[in-house]
Design a protein around this ligand. Structure first.
Ligand code: CDP
Length: 203
């Protein structure tokens, strides 16, 4: 892919977007941006007392490398700052520039196919039941050595789903032309294979 070619991968928390996006980017040898990290950086800084809009306006690529962005507390803080229109607006240009770089790009998030890159060449909406997603997130947290309670993780996932889907600004929903990939009953390698097949069909 030497021309710009944007692959938009959206979906709710822990549906498998991250793993699928990384595998797809490796397969097609293109760049990958986990846009959730942008909101996580803002959320993490707000937890430290910073002002959300200011953080979003001054964010740089290096900020995405900071430690501690993957915690449950930062995820909740991220979804709270993500409802602020000025925060989303401040992060728009960075994402669009990334999407149109030469060599192709995979962006994963909530609003890539609907708002950030409505002209993306391929759009995938990766989803799974809330219970399956919560169990995956629980296993991920335990695997990283964090303590977690499954009932609490399910509650967190549901709270974040509700906040992401019900917000006025760029709510989480599939684009009209998105391919829906339900990973509830798929192993990760099957989900990746299906994603690659969809992208191959559109190239
Ligand atoms: O990894 P996980 O799916 O749990 O979360 P994430 O992708 O890191 O996103 C964290 C939060 O950022 C989400 O719950 C959304 O509220 C927000 N977000 C967003 O609003 N738009 C995006 N394109 C990406 C994330």
């Amino acid at each position: 892919m030497s021309e710009p070619f944007t692959i938009a991968i959206d979906g709710p928390a822990a549906a498998g977007k991250g793993t699928i996006s990384k595998a797809v980017a490796a397969h097609f040898q293109c760049a990958h941006l986990d846009t959730g990290l942008l909101y996580r950086v803002v959320g993490a800084q707000v937890l430290q007392g910073a002002e959300a809009i200011e953080v979003a306006r001054s964010l740089t690529a290096e900020d995405l490398e900071i430690d501690g962005l993957r915690t449950a507390a930062v995820a909740q803080a991220a979804s709270k700052v993500a409802v602020i229109a000025e925060v989303r607006a401040a992060l728009l240009d960075f994402q669009r520039a990334f999407a149109r770089r030469s060599g192709g790009a995979v962006l994963d998030g909530r609003d890539i196919g609907t708002v950030i890159c409505p002209q993306a060449e391929v759009k995938l909406f990766v989803t799974a039941s809330a219970e399956v997603r919560a169990k995956r997130r629980y296993d991920e947290l335990i695997g990283r050595g964090e303590t977690a309670d499954l009932a609490q993780v399910i509650e967190d996932v549901r709270a974040r789903d509700a906040r992401d889907m019900d917000r006025a600004e760029a709510p989480l929903k599939p684009a009209d032309d998105a391919h829906i990939l339900d990973t509830s009953d798929l192993a990760i390698d099957q989900a990746v294979a299906q994603a690659i097949a969809v992208i191959d069909a559109r190239r």
